[in-house]
Design a protein around this ligand. Structure first.
Ligand code: SF4
Length: 83
């Protein structure tokens, strides 16, 4: 994969950027269990992000968040109301 170009459809977990992925893992681990979305909801949310024109290299251009962290928050909301 050419990581010099931003990927419009990639999540951080699909890119070769260990430092950003560590940041995402830590962000999710730091969430109290009770505040985390379950795996099914998490997967459904990320599926919608993958199809969204606002996704750029794991970041939501609408809110600036890493979508893998935003989607992991139980009460998290898509800024464009897609999930
Ligand atoms: S606008 Fe919503 S669906 Fe699109 S990338 Fe951002 S959080 Fe994901």
């Amino acid at each position: 994969m050419d990581i010099s170009k931003p990927c419009r459809r990639c999540l951080l977990s699909e890119m070769n950027d260990a430092s950003k992925m560590d940041l995402v893992k830590k962000g999710i681990e730091d969430l109290p269990e009770i505040d985390r979305a379950d795996e099914k909801v998490y997967g459904e949310r990320l599926s919608k992000c993958r199809l969204c024109d606002n996704l750029l290299s794991g970041t939501c251009l609408s809110c600036g968040c890493y979508v893998e962290i935003r989607a992991a928050i139980k009460k998290g909301r898509c800024p464009e109301k897609k999930w």
